[in-house]
Design a protein around this ligand. Structure first.
Ligand code: 5GP
Ligand code: ZN
Length: 113
């Protein structure tokens, strides 16, 4: 298994882990795009949004709730933040293990372009 996020989940490679629970692990992005840039990943390997199944509904909910909690801890809840999940090439996905980006500490534009 050469999935880098599975390796982080299993602690086979280092990451700056900021949160873990029964469902998810969250760690700082290695190439941050904002002063807060955390990735929330399920412990279960799911390659893209396209592979999600009904049985995974709790996992996705837990990812979002972990992001909400971390936004509070990182002090960005009040000013705001952005949650992003990229899917496949047009979505800009580069790591094929589902992940939610938590981005904050600066203003993001919309539409994203
Ligand atoms: P994607 O483009 O797939 O939505 O996002 C993948 C993210 O994972 C990128 O922002 C990239 O910087 C981050 N990333 C890739 N490899 C590693 C790694 O080994 N460690 C950490 N902490 N982040 C990684
Ligand atoms: Zn994986």
């Amino acid at each position: 298994m050469s999935c880098v996020f599975c390796q982080i989940v299993k602690k086979e490679i280092d990451a700056a882990v900021v949160y873990t629970d029964e469902w998810v692990v969250a760690f700082k992005d290695i190439h941050p795009q904002a002063s807060t840039h955390v990735l929330i990943v399920p412990k279960k390997h799911i390659s893209t949004l396209n592979q999600l199944q009904d049985a995974d509904a709790e996992i996705v909910g837990r990812m979002v709730l972990a992001a909400q909690k971390l936004a509070g801890e990182f002090g960005i809840a009040q000013d705001g933040y952005r949650l992003v999940m990229n899917c496949n090439s047009d979505g800009g996905q580069t790591v094929f293990h589902l992940h939610l980006h938590l981005l904050g500490g600066r203003r993001f534009h919309w539409p994203p372009g």
